[in-house]
Ligand binder design. Structure first.
Ligand code: SF4
Length: 355
């Protein structure tokens, strides 16, 4: 499979104007660039606002760094006790197995860490130390393989990591975060799918996908290979201006995911990564979109809208909120809003009559 690896190649392919080549090369010198053929084919070169191009074609706005942006917007480093591990929450860790991705997203929250020339990959010794850390912490119930993208690893390398995790008794659940099924669906071979699994422990796959057009026939078939092998699939979507910030696009994406046996999991508010302001929405927009989805679509199609609190304080759901609490005459009252926006009293609990 071909992958476009420089802004010059993007221009020569007609995906960006030739006259912008020097500026885009400056962006490419700062942040990793790669666009595999299956995604390049989805771009309409005649549409200046193409939602696929917005995600992957470098933009000179990336060189504008806001004072509120940070090289490590979700505080991975603060919570990294050993190389390759992020231990932010009590019962789970991230295991960053590679710094390489199949495609480099222009809004990536780890853009200072992924790609050639950024942090070095995890050596065999560092991986062993990371596994030792997991072995030594019985509170770790779940291990999330991330990166970079774990599914760029060879089946042999992935199998050895999954097998090592499978042997740790207190680790009960594995999860893989990936964009490969949409970026390079042919990589999801039966051999790679077998390598994701280990006896008696579930491996969940969380697919990063932001626009319904990314779920091509080949991407759907790649997801089906995992689902047919008994791997539960979840989705992660980043809310992006000009990509999926309309109720129509976001709703269609959620429906297509469910049709592909992928349960919508998170809608992420864009992180404060350097040079990504042009792709971020505000939180009020995200809440309005979530209201639109709640009112129109099946419960299966509802992701949780979350914000990673800058500094590494973890994810919090950011609404919208449907319930208000008031206190009158010593009783707590709730007012709850339905999916049409109508408000209803919920009766206070009468402790005197409670048995
Ligand atoms: S695939 Fe994930 S880690 Fe890689 S560039 Fe895109 S968002 Fe970042």
């Amino acid at each position: 499979m071909t992958t476009l690896r420089t802004p010059t190649q993007f221009c020569e392919r007609g995906l960006a104007p030739l006259e912008r080549r020097p500026l885009l090369e400056a962006v490419g010198a700062r942040y990793a660039v790669a666009l595999p053929e299956p995604l390049a084919q989805l771009i309409d070169p005649n549409d200046p606002d193409d939602p696929i191009a917005r995600q992957f074609i470098p933009n000179t706005a990336e060189l504008d760094h806001g004072s509120d942006e940070s090289a490590d917007p979700i505080g991975d480093d603060t919570f990294s006790p050993v190389e390759g591990i992020v231990h932010r929450y009590p019962d789970r860790v991230l295991l960053k197995v590679t710094h390489v991705c199949a495609v480099y997203c222009r809004f990536c929250f780890r853009r200072e860490m992924v790609g050639p020339g950024k942090t070095k990959g995890l050596s065999s010794e560092a991986l062993e130390s990371a596994l030792d850390y997991i072995r030594a912490h019985p509170e770790i119930w779940e291990v999330i393989l991330t990166g970079g993208d774990p599914l760029v690893l060879s089946p042999r390398r992935l199998r050895s990591i999954i097998k090592a995790l499978g042997k740790i008794d207190h680790v009960k659940v594995l999860r893989i975060h990936t964009r490969v099924p949409v970026a390079d669906p042919a990589r999801i071979t039966p051999e790679l799918v077998r390598a994701m699994k280990v006896k008696a422990k579930p491996t969940y796959v969380a697919l990063h996908v932001n626009h319904p057009r990314e779920l091509t026939a080949l991407a759907r078939a790649a997801c089906a290979r995992m689902a047919d092998a008994g791997i539960p699939l979840l989705s992660q979507t980043v809310l992006l201006a000009g990509v999926n910030d309309t109720p129509e696009v976001l709703g269609e994406l959620m429906r297509v995911l469910v049709e592909c046996r992928i349960k919508p999991y998170y809608l992420h508010h864009g992180d404060l990564a350097p040079g990504t302001a042009h792709l971020r929405t505000d939180i009020a927009t995200g809440q309005e979109l979530m209201r639109g989805i709640r009112g129109r679509l099946s419960g299966l199609c509802q992701p949780t809208y979350v914000l990673d609190i800058p500094g590494g304080h973890g994810k919090s759901p950011v609404g919208p909120n449907y319930i208000e609490r008031t206190v009158s005459n010593g009783n707590t009252h709730f007012i709850v809003e339905d999916f049409n926006g109508r408000r209803h009293d919920y009766p206070p609990r009468n402790l005197a009559n409670a048995e």
